[in-house]
Design a protein around this ligand. Structure first.
Ligand code: MLT
Length: 394
C-alpha cells in the first residue's frame, strides 16, 4: 500500500492554518491584549434579513411530512437556484441557461475538485502570487505547474505570453491576494490565448461583487469567445456573507467541449459520483440573495466593507506605502515598509501593533516583501488598526 506521495510536495500547512497557529501562539502568550484580525478574508457582518427569513421558511418546510425534502433530485442544485443565478448573469448582460449553472458548497471546493476532469499530463499556468488552492490541488494530482509573474511593474496583472504553452490557466479577478482587477481588453487577451492554445481558462470570480469601476468585467463570460474556453467559479461567501453557510456556483457553458466531449457533462458525472448537493435550506437562503430585496440588502453590507477598504487605502496613501487593490476589491496588497520580508513584517505587525495580516510570500515567491490586509473587519476596528499603523510609521 502506498499513500499519495504528492502530499510530501506540499507546504507543511495550508497558508491560513500556519497564520492561525502563529496567532494562537501569540494570543496564548498575551491573553489580555487586543488583536485586530485582518488576515483570512472572513466576513464579520450577519446574513441579510431576507436570507434569514428564507431559512426560517425552509426549516418549517423540513419540519412537516408533506413538505420535507431528503436528497435533492440531483447534485447540480435545485432548479429554483440555478434559475436565480442565470437571472443574475442576465443582469450582467450574459445570457446563459440554468442548466449551465452548477450549485456547489463554495468556490474553493469546486476550484479544487475541477482538476478531476483533466489529464495529469496537462501543463497548468498559474499567476504568482496566487490563491494557494490552485497550486496545492494540482501538486496533489501530480500536474506540472508553470507561473506567470505578477510584479509591481505589471501591477500584479500578468498577461499571456504566446511563446509559453499551457493547457489549463487559472485567473482570479478581482484578484486574491492582490486586489488587482483585469479590464476587458486584458481578459480578452487571456481568452484569445486560451482559444489559440486549446487551453481551458479557470476563472475565479469570487470577488466580482466588489467591482464598481465603470466598464470593468465581473464575469469572464462578458468576454467574447469565453463560452468556448472558460469555466467560471463564484461564491456567495464574500458577496452575501456565506462563509459559514457554504454555497457557490460554477458555470460551464454548453459550448465548452474538448475533442467533442462536453466538459459540463463530465462535471455532472463527477459531481453525481462524489457530491450529494448543497442542503435545501442553504439553497433557499441563496435564492433569497438574488431577489431584488436580497440584492439591495447585500449591497448595504458590501458598502460597509468597501468603506473599510477606503479607510485602509487612505491610511496607506498618507503613509506613502505602495499598494494595489482596495478599490473593486476587499483586499489591499501593500509593500512591506523598510524593505522588510513578508514574514518578518507579519511578526513585526503582530508584536508591535497587534494586527494580523497575511504574508505575501505565502501566496508565492513574487509575494515576498508584500503583505495582504482584508477589509472584511468591523469598521471601528479597521480605523483603530489604521491608527496603530500610522503610529508605527513607515
Ligand atoms: C482568503 O483569505 O484568501 C480567503 O478567505 C480564502 C478562501 O476564500 O478560501
Amino acid at each position: 500500500m502506498k499513500l499519495n506521495g504528492n502530499f510530501q510536495k506540499l507546504e507543511q500547512n495550508y497558508l491560513f492554518v500556519t497564520v492561525a497557529k502563529r496567532v494562537a501562539a501569540y494570543t496564548a502568550a498575551h491573553p489580555d491584549n487586543h488583536i485586530i484580525r485582518m488576515g483570512i478574508g472572513d466576513v464579520t457582518l450577519p446574513l441579510a434579513p431576507v436570507v434569514i427569513e428564507a431559512m426560517h421558511r425552509a426549516t418549517e418546510e423540513m419540519s412537516k411530512k408533506e413538505t420535507f425534502r431528503g436528497y435533492s433530485p440531483d447534485s447540480n442544485g435545485y432548479p429554483f437556484l440555478r434559475e436565480a443565478v442565470a437571472g443574475y448573469y442576465r443582469s450582467l448582460g450574459v445570457e446563459l441557461s440554468a442548466e449551465e449553472v452548477f450549485i456547489g458548497d463554495g468556490a474553493k471546493s469546486d476550484v479544487g475538485n475541477i482538476v478531476d476532469l483533466f489529464d495529469v499530463d496537462n501543463t497548468v499556468l498559474v499567476p504568482d502570487p496566487v490563491y494557494p488552492v490552485y497550486v496545492d490541488t494540482n501538486i496533489l494530482s501530480g500536474r506540472k505547474l508553470i507561473y506567470a509573474d505578477g510584479t509591481e511593474e505589471n501591477g500584479f496583472l500578468p498577461l499571456p505570453d504566446d511563446a509559453i504553452h499551457a493547457d489549463i490557466v487559472y485567473l482570479c479577478s478581482p484578484n486574491n491576494p492582490t486586489g488587482a482587477v483585469y479590464d476587458r481588453e486584458q481578459l480578452q487577451q487571456w481568452v484569445d490565448y486560451a482559444l489559440a492554445h486549446h487551453a481551458i481558462l479557470l476563472f475565479d470570480a469570487a470577488y466580482e461583487s466588489f467591482v464598481t469601476g465603470a466598464g470593468l468585467p465581473r464575469s469572464i463570460f462578458e468576454i467574447p469567445g469565453a463560452e468556448q474556453c472558460a469555466i467560471e467559479f463564484c461564491s456567495l461567501s464574500k458577496t452575501a456573507g456565506f462563509t459559514g453557510m457554504r454555497c457557490g456556483y460554477t458555470v460551464i457553458r454548453k459550448e465548452l467541449t474538448v475533442d467533442g466531449v462536453s466538459v459540463s457533462a463530465l462535471w455532472e458525472r463527477r459531481q453525481g459520483c462524489k457530491f450529494n448537493g448543497v442542503s435545501y435550506v442553504t439553497q433557499r437562503a441563496a435564492e433569497a440573495v438574488f431577489t431584488p430585496a436580497g440584492q439591495q440588502q447585500i449591497r448595504e453590507t458590501l458598502a460597509y466593507y468597501q468603506a473599510n477598504a477606503r479607510t485602509m487605502a487612505q491610511a496607506l496613501r498618507e503613509m506613502g506605502i505602495w499598494f494595489t487593490g482596495g478599490e473593486n476589491s476587499p483586499y489591499l496588497w501593500m509593500k512591506c515598509p523598510g524593505g522588510m520580508g513578508s514574514w518578518a513584517y507579519f511578526d513585526y505587525l503582530l508584536e508591535q501593533a497587534e494586527i494580523v495580516g497575511t504574508p505575501g510570500e505565502g501566496f508565492g515567491k513574487n509575494g515576498a516583501g508584500y503583505f495582504r490586509l482584508t477589509a472584511f473587519g468591523d469598521a471601528a476596528q479597521t480605523k483603530e488598526a489604521m491608527d496603530r499603523l500610522r503610529f508605527l510609521g513607515k
